[in-house]
Design a binder for this molecule. Sequence first.
Ligand code: GRF
Length: 187
Amino acid sequence: MERKLAVPASGTGSLLEAMCEKGLPVELVVADRRCRAIDVVAPKYGVPFVLLERTDFSDSFDRVNYTARFEQTLLDRGIGVVAMAGFMTVLADKFFGGPLADDLINIHPSLLPAFKGDHAVRDALAYGVKVTGTTIHKATPEIDVGPIIAQEVVQVMPDDTVEILHERIKRVERRLYPAVIRTLLQQ
Ligand code: GRF
């Protein structure tokens, strides 16, 4: 039996949209803020969504409590695969000792281990690399270091801006991520 898919997102939701367009059975979208992913994309495809709003972005953010609510939301719906697509809240370590720890994946817009972090596209461009790309990996407590599942190279062009290069990377991601997720759902 196919496992149930949840997609945590915080932004544009174009990867979520690609999953829906390709007919992936997204059971739930989880957002940490109001964003296009839940305001536009989830309603457009009739996908249920939950807003676990994060109002505190300071150092005193209660990450443990937020993570517990996040985990419980997924468990309540019998989710088996969690594919983060631009979700911007780092989960507390406890999640990685829990029942969904082995089923959490992430996509990052660089060829890891190069250019970890929130500004991967900007940093790659600033460094002057001639190729960059995307990485799909298992998520672990340490950010952007989990075992790699798939990667694909994207060319950097001479006149690229961060926006143009990121969009070129996302075009690849919109094809690669749904394909990888489809395989995982069947495992
Ligand atoms: C993607 O580039 C992904 O690699 C990164 O966040 C971006 C999400 O894009 N983790 P979108 O919000 O789905 O358009």
